[in-house]
Design a protein around this ligand. Structure first.
Ligand SMILES: [Mg+2]
Length: 258
């Protein structure tokens, strides 16, 4: 019988990687994913990190396997070509172009938004190559308040959305997120959503934690309540274990014949 899971999409931080654990990615999960890769399944790390930050953390975790694909900054796709992670040019170019066009229109309004945040909160606001507005809030309560204001701001630009992960937030184009990137990989691999597994713990994972994109949904014990609710509503698996141990349990759950 063919493998029921052909594409494994895992968020990184808080999902497979626990910064302060040793090792940060548990050997049981590495063994499980390695075994599935040996049997033909593909693994994608679907993260908000950029390339250098992910490579640094992966190197530090000293695992014996490597992802076949990366989704970086929740939107760019890279494929391991045997030597390095090469961009999927067609997707990434369109993604860049759509963001540039959108952010050009948003840019003139960002100053007032930044002023409002700085006047009301002790938060860090900056621009980077991925967004004209990036936020690091002082705590999650303040991040919630700022997030509400950002959602309101987005109403003026139908293609603009907020990507939030814990106290971090940035703007993005609605067409590109962890879910649509996963759908693109599923399409390229000529698979269907029935063969796809997705695991995540936080708000930026919600776009991929949908039955529309993956039949097998998992959140580890440390997943935030709103993520657990969404996964539970779709008959996904909520592990009693945190981080990578939870993802391993979720993989075993979805691999079990039912
Ligand atoms: Mg996470």
């Amino acid at each position: 019988m063919s493998l029921p899971i052909q594409l494994i999409s895992t968020d990184f931080d808080g999902t497979i990687f626990a910064e302060f654990e040793n090792p940060p990615i548990p050997p049981r999960l590495v063994a499980l994913i390695g075994d599935l890769q040996a049997r033909g399944a593909k693994w994608v790390i679907n993260t908000g990190r950029d390339m250098s930050s992910l490579m640094e953390a992966l190197a530090r975790s000293k695992i014996s396997i490597q992802p076949d694909y990366l989704v970086l900054v929740e939107r760019e796709i890279y494929q391991h070509d045997g030597v390095r992670y090469a961009p999927l040019i067609e997707w990434n170019t369109t993604c860049d172009r759509d963001h540039a066009e959108l952010f050009k229109r948003v840019q003139p309004e960002v100053g007032r938004l930044t002023d409002w945040v700085n006047a009301n909160f002790r938060a860090t606001v900056y621009a980077d190559p991925y967004s004209p507005f990036c936020l690091i809030a002082g705590n999650n309560g303040e991040a919630d308040l700022i997030h509400a204001r950002l959602d309101e701001f987005c109403l003026r630009f139908p293609e603009l959305t907020v990507v939030r992960n814990d106290v971090y937030a940035r703007f993005s184009h609605v067409t590109y997120n962890k879910g649509t990137a996963l759908a693109e990989l599923t399409r390229r691999l000529r698979l269907t959503r029935k063969q796809v597994f997705a695991a995540g713990d936080h708000l930026n994972d919600l776009p991929m934690l949908k039955l529309e994109f993956a039949r097998c949904l998992v959140t580890p014990a440390n997943g935030i309540e709103s993520v657990k609710t969404v996964v539970r509503q779709q008959q996904g698996f909520i592990s009693q274990f945190p981080n990578g141990a939870g993802v391993a349990e979720g993989l075993e759950f979805h691999l079990r014949p039912r």
